[in-house]
Every structure is written in C-alpha cells, then in structure tokens.
Design a protein around this ligand. Structure first.
Ligand code: HEC
Length: 140
C-alpha cells in the first residue's frame, strides 16, 4: 500500500514536471520576468499590449540617432518581412511565426533591446515597452 502510493506520487510529480517543461519556453519565462518587474515598478500594471508594441515598432522618434528614427528603420514596417541595417545586411524577420528561433536567448534579447532602444529613442526601453514589443512580435 505504502509503496503503491509513493509510486503514484512520484509518477504524478514527474508527469507534472515534464508537462511544465513542454509548456513554458524561454520566451514565456522572459515575458513572465518582464511582467513581474513591470508590476514591481507600477502596481497598476495590467499586462502587456501587442497594440502598444505595434505603436512602438512604427513610431518615429526624434530623440535618438537621426538615421534610425524607428524600429522599422532596420526591421522594416512589417515584422513578417526581413529587414536590413544601414550597410545592407539582411536581418531576419522579427515575427516568431516567420523566424521561430527568435527571443529564445535572454542575453541576446537584452543586448539588442539595450542597443536598439538607445539608437532609436536615445534611452533604454522600459520593461513595459520591452514586454509590449515582444508580445507584438510573438502574437503575429
Ligand atoms: C540600426 C538598426 C536597428 C534598429 C533601428 C533596430 N534594430 Fe533590433 N536588431 C538589429 C540587429 C542588427 C539585430 C541582431 C540581428 C538579428 O537578431 O537578426 C537586432 C535584434 C533585435 C532583437 C533581438 C532579436 C532576437 O532574436 O533575440 C530585438 C529584441 C530587437 N532587435 C528589438 C528592436 C526594437 C524594439 C527596435 C526599436 C526600438 C529595434 N530593434 C530597432 C538592428 C536594429
């Protein structure tokens, strides 16, 4: 009796652990981290918005570098299409549906958010802006 119960408990724990691994990927973990930082910074935080992310993607800023006023300057207007940088180097589409390997390396994501937000906006993006933008490109 005791052994059977333990076996069931162990089997249950294992299967829960395995389904957890399949469901939560690095992108979901990153978004969850961003959401808890956003909530810590602003208790009224209601969640990320793909709509706001889209607005950020296409907005023209005057506070950053003149030759890259928008995310679209390099990534193109449609996240579903490839973009290119100033030297003509092709940048694969930022939409996850087109480039499934995107945003699976948190260090890469942070590195480019930092660099690109500074270029475009002239400051780092807030955690809400990052979460909104990621929600947008993941939603497409
Ligand atoms: C000056 C050109 C340029 C601009 C402007 C630009 N990016 Fe990028 N971005 C790149 C390059 C180059 C890469 C790295 C190559 C790649 O991931 O294909 C990149 C990668 C990224 C990544 C990481 C992608 C990954 O797979 O992890 C994110 C996030 C990102 N950009 C967000 C933005 C946002 C948000 C904006 C607007 C605020 C923006 N970028 C504007 C050139 C640019």
């Amino acid at each position: 009796m005791h052994n059977t119960l333990s076996t069931l408990l162990i089997a249950g724990t294992l299967s829960m652990g395995l389904s957890g691994i399949t469901l939560a990927g690095p992108r979901e973990d990153l978004l969850a981290q961003f959401a808890s930082s956003a909530k810590a910074a602003n208790p009224a935080f209601q969640g990320f918005s793909a709509e706001r992310g889209k607005a950020l993607h296409t907005r023209n800023f005057t506070s950053g570098k003149a030759d890259s006023p928008s995310c679209t300057s390099c990534h193109g207007t449609s996240p579903l299409a490839a973009g290119k940088n100033a030297t003509g180097k092709v940048i694969e589409a930022v939409a996850v549906s087109v480039t499934p390997t995107r945003y699976t390396d948190p260090a890469k994501v942070e590195k480019w958010f930092k660099r690109n937000c500074n270029e475009v906006i002239g400051r780092e993006c807030t955690v809400t802006e990052k979460g909104d933008w990621l929600s947008y490109v993941i939603s497409l």
